[in-house]
Ligand binder design. Structure first.
Ligand code: XUL
Ligand code: MN
Length: 346
């Protein structure tokens, strides 16, 4: 925990080999066990996990074997002073999920997705976290005429209800994203995710996770997405990062592209006392050019940026801000904020 009470997480995929669709890995793989050793030294206390990060090859294991492996991991994490923030079912790599998981046209694929998600819930339970994150990677279309968006909404709701019934303590945080890998996703924004959650059988156990890059790809302001979800007590986690324009999901270091947008995310999180509600997750990737031994600096930078922006948010002259708002002198306020961000008197 840092001096403000925030706790931080990242996922093992955030230390990666640098492969992209046009080129192979440029850094050697680090084992999961090796990755776990860097969390503490970088200031992180919690681990974001996909189900198969926690339990490799889980499709080939019995429920008892899955639980046993998860229990062992819990101890491994505890020995390192770590714990799991959430478990997310990986519903986008298996052949059964080629054309969707919960919303596939194939009933067998839909059944696979539900069974796989139940296993993820078991893993979360064994790891001592009640949080499941649903990034609905392949719930959408490559070709709009192939599926029915209304039917998909009901299939998604049914999947969520099934999971809520399966584990009475489970909380589900939906992580919306508008595109990639799909051309068009069914749950592209916070509003869509919240609407789905409010319709669920137990709405108080469905919330959201806001990822900066995803909001930007949807053409929205991440700080407003945060505020909207927090207004209803629904923001249970965040994936802070950055994004340069509308292209593939870049997962750049937090604040690396747009410092002011980053500032506003931190400002609204801090003003709404997010440290009391959830963990500050980073979902950032090192640049492909980064040598292997230097490929954790994106995590260090993102966390440091968050803390520096908390400082800036708290040291903002609130009386001056209020006076400028009252006078409707927004140009002066603009200048005040910019000056504050670059550390100069207005
Ligand atoms: C994908 C993404 C995922 C989720 C977890 O864009 O952000 O890493 O955060 O499944
Ligand atoms: Mn994410």
């Amino acid at each position: 925990m840092d001096k403000y009470g925030y706790r931080f997480s990242f996922g093992p995929w955030n230390i990666h080999e640098g492969a992209d669709p046009f080129g192979p890995a440029v850094r050697p793989s680090r084992t999961f066990a090796d990755k776990l050793t860097v969390y503490k030294e970088l200031g992180f206390d919690l681990v974001q996990l996909h189900d198969d990060d926690a339990v490799p090859n889980l499709d080939e294991l019995s429920p008892a074997q899955i639980r046993q492996t998860a229990r062992t991991l819990k101890q491994t994490l505890a020995d390192l002073g770590l714990s799991a923030e959430f478990v997310a079912p990986r519903l986008w790599e298996h052949p059964m999920t080629i054309d969707g998981a919960y919303t596939s046209n194939d009933p067998q694929a839909r059944a696979y997705a539900i069974e796989r998600s139940k296993k993820a819930a078991d893993i979360a339970q064994e790891l001592g976290t009640d949080l499941m994150v649903l990034w609905l990677a392949r719930e959408g279309t490559y070709l709009r005429e192939t599926k029915d968006a209304g039917r998909a909404a009901h299939q998604l709701l049914e999947a969520i209800n099934t999971l809520l019934a399966y584990d009475a303590n489970l909380r589900i945080a939906i992580e919306p994203k508008p595109n990639e890998p799909m051309d068009l996703a069914y749950i592209p924004t916070m509003g869509h995710a919240l609407a789905l959650g409010f319709q669920a059988d137990d709405p108080k156990r469905v919330g959201v996770l806001m990822e900066t890059a995803h909001s930007l790809l949807a053409g929205l302001d991440p700080a407003d997405e945060i505020s909207f979800a927090m207004a209803f007590g629904k923001l249970w986690s965040v994936h802070l990062n950055d994004q340069n324009g509308l292209k593939f999901d870049q997962d750049r270091s937090f604040g690396a592209i747009n410092l002011r947008t980053a500032f506003n995310q931190v400002r609204v999180l801090d003003e709404n006392r997010f440290w009391e509600v959830g963990v500050v997750g980073m979902d950032v990737k090192a640049l492909r050019t980064q040598p292997a031994d230097l490929a954790t600096k994106h995590l260090r930078n993102s966390l440091s940026m968050f803390l520096r922006l908390v400082e800036l948010s708290r040291s903002l002259d609130q009386a001056a801000v209020a006076a400028l708002i009252a006078a409707r002198d927004y140009e002066e306020l603009d200048w005040l904020i910019l000056s504050h961000l670059i550390g100069r008197a207005a």
